[in-house]
Design a protein around this ligand. Structure first.
Ligand SMILES: CC(C)(COP(=O)(O)OP(=O)(O)OC[C@H]1O[C@@H](n2cnc3c(N)ncnc32)[C@H](O)[C@@H]1OP(=O)(O)O)[C@@H](O)C(=O)NCCC(=O)NCCS
Length: 187
């Protein structure tokens, strides 16, 4: 984190547990991002648009940099030991005064079923607490998205009982279950 003319910009980290690495997005990720986002499961459960083309990827990469400069989002690419893109893990809606943020993620189809999402989410949450001082992290998982709900629970998130809508979900109402993970002092 660095303060520049009163704006607390986020210095995006490189984090690894030896299996998965989270690092800042690069322009060179655009093609892999487009390929991964062709899997209908990604737009089905997230705010990722569909269809997803190269301009969408370039827009996301630009927004990721701009929002880190503004201190409002930390978006990271998950890669394997060979540098191949595994997925996307972000903390959004960062509010330093309330010490809150919301995590969001997806894995490329071929990276699922191996515990990568849980590992990446744990890395992201630990860094977020340590470096950004966020005490309460929220996660919105569609009530039918069992894989994501399992990941949330494995990474220490518990249901708050609240249901919420996201912009894409308005026709079907409040379909997203809210999960929260709090540091002990914020519980
Ligand atoms: C949600 C999503 C990221 C979950 O991915 P995932 O591969 O199921 O999650 P993980 O990487 O943690 O893998 C866990 C699975 O791998 C298995 N696994 C294998 N080795 C493992 C290990 N060492 N540790 C943990 N799990 C392991 C587990 O059995 C588990 O399977 P289960 O959920 O059937 O019990 C993925 O389904 C996805 O990208 N979906 C589309 C987008 C989306 O829904 N995003 C979330 C929006 S809230």
């Amino acid at each position: 984190m660095a303060c520049w003319h009163g704006v607390t910009r986020i210095v995006l980290p490189r984090l690894t547990d030896g299996v998965v690495t989270l690092r800042p997005w690069r322009t060179a990720d655009a093609d892999a991002l487009v390929i991964a986002c062709q899997d209908p499961e990604v737009p089905r459960w997230t705010a990722v648009p569909s269809p997803y083309r190269r301009p969408d990827a370039l827009r996301f990469l630009a927004v990721a940099l701009a929002e880190a400069e503004r201190g409002s989002m930390a978006a990271l690419a998950a890669v394997d030991g060979g540098g191949r893109l595994l997925g996307s893990f972000s903390v959004m809606e960062i509010d330093r005064e309330r010490a809150t943020g919301e995590v969001g993620y997806w894995l490329a189809r071929g990276a699922r079923g191996r515990g990568i999402a849980t590992r990446a989410l744990e890395l992201l949450c630990a860094w977020t607490r340590r470096e950004l001082g966020l005490a309460t992290l929220e996660l919105l998982a569609h009530r039918d998205n069992q894989p994501s709900i399992r990941v949330a629970r494995r990474a220490g998130f518990t249901p708050t009982g609240e249901l919420r809508s996201i912009a894409k979900d308005v026709p079907s109402g409040r379909a997203y279950r809210v999960f929260a993970s709090r540091t002990p002092s914020a519980a």
